[in-house]
Ligand binder design. Structure first.
Ligand SMILES: [Zn+2]
Length: 468
């Protein structure tokens, strides 16, 4: 069956390519398993792995640095847990990072020198010491991400890549342009410009605002992070966390600082896409946009909140008034379903109001990959059921918010055009899937396979012939 290519309106291409190039430990059922996988990688200069989970280990204990030292004392080894918030490293890596028994702990995190285990903000001690990737590696990551996307039927993305590594934004732009010139990228990219203020001023000065580099690659909105995440209890809430009564989460900016960034973009005719998860962060963002629009009087803007998981009904009405859109990820339910009760208690029915938003606001779907899988059919399942593929034992988070297939497909295609600054009439992007999606049972949606992907009318992926 032929359907429109999917548009993912918020993900991290560079992060996706990088993440998928790491040694995958997610299927490991024991520490022994992990050791044998690592032993096959001893030709590398450094081994970076991801996805381990001690709950799956037959040894019934955490992995620690002695387990890694047994594999190698010469090659640094860094393994991130499935959640992304914990790492284990070997002695060689500790040495490279200049960490010993006397190293002070980091605020907002902790580490154990004897176990080689690092948590939360302490990860920075290791991350800072990992080499920044070379130009060739960055290219490889983009190419890899491009392959993953077209294989999944995604033909266009809004991608946030400037802060993935400590690399000047112009270098990233040059690399992407070069890849297109050499025909190594096919997916359309609208860059979500994630930059701190000083760099953003440079970006404006160099004339990059809304710049189109070719018919597939352009600069999009300024991406701003206003708070953290629900899992880490850093989403900024108006009421404290139900499982941590003194904690309201963390706001990244003061009201004035946030307004300053928003207005800087807005007065330069550039939109903003603001990461807000908690309702208080959403309020800050709405207020900042509102205040700026009162001055700029821009009418055809596409300002949006990204995530908006805990945005309340009264806030949605306020968003409607100022035509602020929402870029949301139903697939987050996949992981969050397990923690929502604890974090939010009886506020549970007032979150993820995506269907309410869809009726009132410009709303588009995305995955935030590599945070969640990029597969659009998983995301559609979440939108249609508000259930989790990972934890199927949990009932629907909020049945009244479930989308119909038609609504969900629209949020994933037509609605998303505005967030990638395209018009349907200019695109000839479509995919061929192996089933009639309209007749597929909801529980089987996740099994739909993409047979072919066409961008600009050209075949760019075929399941039988590999990538063209
Ligand atoms: Zn993101």
């Amino acid at each position: 069956m032929k359907i429109s290519g999917f548009i993912d309106s918020h993900l991290h291409m560079l992060g996706l390519g990088y993440y998928s190039s790491l040694v995958d430990l997610s299927q490991s059922k024991s520490i022994k398993d992990i050791q044998s996988i690592l032993k096959n990688k001893l030709a590398e200069k450094i081994i970076i792995g991801k996805g381990w989970n001690q709950d799956q280990f037959i040894e019934k204990r955490n992995i620690n640095k002695s387990d890694l030292n047994e594999v190698s004392n010469e090659i640094p080894i860094v393994l991130t847990r499935a959640c992304g918030h914990v790492m284990v490293v070997n002695d060689r890596m500790l040495e490279l990072a200049n960490i010993d028994e006397t190293t002070p702990q980091v605020c907002g995190g902790d580490f154990s020198y004897s176990d080689g285990i690092f948590r939360e903000k302490a990860l920075i001690l290791i991350k800072d010491k990992l080499n920044r990737p070379t130009k060739e590696e960055i290219k490889k990551y983009f190419i890899k991400a491009n392959q993953i996307l077209i294989k999944n039927g995604i033909t266009s993305v809004a991608s946030d890549d400037f802060l993935t590594f400590d690399i000047p934004f112009q270098e990233i732009i040059n690399i992407i342009e070069e890849l297109y010139d050499n025909n190594l990228l096919q997916v359309r990219i609208t860059e979500q410009v994630n930059l701190p203020k000083t760099k953003f001023l440079e970006f404006i000065k160099k004339g990059f605002v809304n710049k189109r580099f070719n018919n597939k690659f352009k600069m999009g909105p300024l991406k701003i992070l206003a708070d953290g995440s629900l899992g880490a209890r850093t989403a900024y809430l108006s009421e404290p966390y139900s499982d941590d009564l003194n904690n309201y989460g963390i706001n990244t900016f003061s009201d004035d600082e946030l307004y300053e960034m928003v207005h800087l973009a807005d007065k330069n005719h550039m939109d903003v896409a603001i990461h807000t998860i908690g309702d208080e962060a959403s309020q800050q963002a709405i207020d900042a946009i509102k205040k700026s629009l009162q001055i700029t009087k821009r009418e055809n803007h596409h300002h949006a909140l990204v995530h908006a998981q805990l945005t309340r009904k009264d806030q949605i009405l306020e968003m409607k008034k100022y035509n602020i859109g929402a870029i949301v990820q139903p697939i987050f339910i996949n992981t969050d379903i397990k923690i929502i009760d604890g974090r939010l208690g009886n506020r549970k029915s007032k979150v993820y109001l995506f269907k309410t938003m869809d009726k009132l606001l410009p709303l588009g779907f995305s995955t935030d990959a590599p945070v969640e899988p990029v597969n659009p059919f998983y995301n559609l399942y979440s939108a249609l059921t508000y259930k989790s593929l990972k934890y199927p034992e949990y009932p629907s988070l909020n049945p009244s918010q479930c989308f119909t297939l038609k609504e969900a497909l629209k949020a994933y295609t037509g609605n998303n055009l505005q967030f990638v600054y395209e018009r349907k009439s200019d695109l000839s992007d479509y995919i061929i899937i192996d089933k009639d999606i309209n007749k597929t049972d909801i529980n089987k949606l996740k099994d739909i396979k993409v047979l072919q992907t066409y961008i600009d009318g050209k075949l760019v992926y075929s399941r039988n012939k590999k990538t063209l």
